[in-house]
Design a protein around this ligand. Structure first.
Ligand SMILES: Nc1ncnc2c1ncn2[C@@H]1O[C@H](COP(=O)(O)OP(=O)(O)O)[C@@H](O)[C@H]1O
Ligand SMILES: [Mg+2]
Length: 311
């Protein structure tokens, strides 16, 4: 599969202090993002997500390594026309109306004047801001500014969307609408790279995921693969506490259900699996076993905790 973004050993140091060895904001990042993917780049504050995006957008220069976007170097100006970009905390001129602002964006992106009006109407509709087209940006709430930010990012019908914390400032309803926009963009063939620290939102829209912590990539891959096989989940029907009790000490998580049944989660270890398969065989009618999928939140905090331990 072709990659929309390829990053090799990308490293960034901000300045350096003679009394202190500088630590890199981004440390040797190597990452491939397949064409057509919605890639969620997760990490706590200060992890280096914005730094990565700034390097991809050629807003800052790397200290080492390289990146390519749509097979071009980040400094390639022409390629910008095929990219939509929403920066972290965008600030737009408060004296411009939404229409005027989007017209300037469209002009800068080289969209011919005959098409601009139509495109502006199209994106305002997508972000549900049509009725505010003539209002000045200065009077907009954080969420409305974010919507206009998304509108300018998709006005060129980009091949790749790069979004830095796009969900910040949106209320739950706005977030849902934003997720729909992302999925709509994906359906029309756009690849999406976005970073966020809001986990639950990422889980529902991205198909690929990377976790960054203190400048280092902890893991990356298909969300399904990352979350899969983290364990085994055993369900025991009500009235069979004796089976559950035998297993409680081996389980990593035990839940007694309101109906009296049990859900037990086990680490995916060979010995444990053998025991569980034996139990399942002996109690076919009351025990079911399925692969347990960790939710993204648990996965994320486990990865960060592991990384902190090894430091
Ligand atoms: N312009 C800058 N000058 C010096 N340090 C910076 C600058 N921008 C970011 N940093 C530092 O680089 C690290 C990564 O920051 P950033 O990429 O903004 O993280 P994130 O977006 O994941 O929150 C942080 O420690 C931050 O303080
Ligand atoms: Mg950031």
């Amino acid at each position: 599969m072709e990659n929309v973004i390829e990053i090799r050993n990308l490293t960034k140091y901000y300045g350096s202090f003679f009394w202190k060895k500088p630590t890199p904001a981004l440390d040797n990042l190597t990452l491939d993002i397949p064409m057509g993917a919605v890639f969620g780049f997760l990490g706590p504050n200060g992890a280096g997500k914005t730094t990565t995006i700034k390097l991809l957008m050629d807003l800052i220069k790397p200290s080492g390594g390289e990146a390519s976007i749509l097979r071009c170097a980040p400094e390639n100006v022409e390629i910008k026309k095929q990219i939509g970009f929403l920066p972290d905390e965008p600030v737009f001129s408060s004296y411009l109306s939404a229409n005027e602002f989007l017209n300037i964006c469209a002009k800068l992106l080289g969209i011919p004047s005959s098409e601009r009006k139509g495109r502006i109407a199209e994106v305002l509709k997508i972000v549900k801001m049509t009725k505010h087209a003539k209002s000045k940006l200065g009077g907009f709430s954080r969420g409305m500014v974010q919507r206009i930010g998304i509108a300018q990012a998709i006005i060129n019908r980009p091949k790749l969307l790069i979004l830095d914390e796009p969900l910040v400032g949106l209320d739950p309803h706005g977030r849902q609408e934003f997720k729909d926009i992302i999925l709509q963009q994906k359906a029309s063939g756009t690849s999406v790279f976005f970073c966020s620290h809001i986990l639950s939102d990422v889980e529902t829209i991205c198909d690929y995921l990377g976790i960054l912590n203190e400048g280092k990539l902890l893991c990356a891959g298909k969300l399904d693969d990352l979350l899969q096989n983290t364990g085994l989940s055993l369900h025991i029907q009500p009235g069979h506490d004796e089976i559950a009790k035998k297993l409680l000490s081996d389980a990593s998580e035990t839940v007694k259900l309101p109906d009296g049944g049990w859900n037990l989660i086990f680490a995916n270890k060979k010995e444990v699996k053998q025991t569980l398969l034996g139990i399942k065989e002996r109690h076919k009618d009351v025990v079911t076993m399925i692969p347990a999928k960790e939710n993204l939140e648990k996965f994320f905090f486990r990865k960060i905790a592991d990384a902190t331990k090894t430091n």
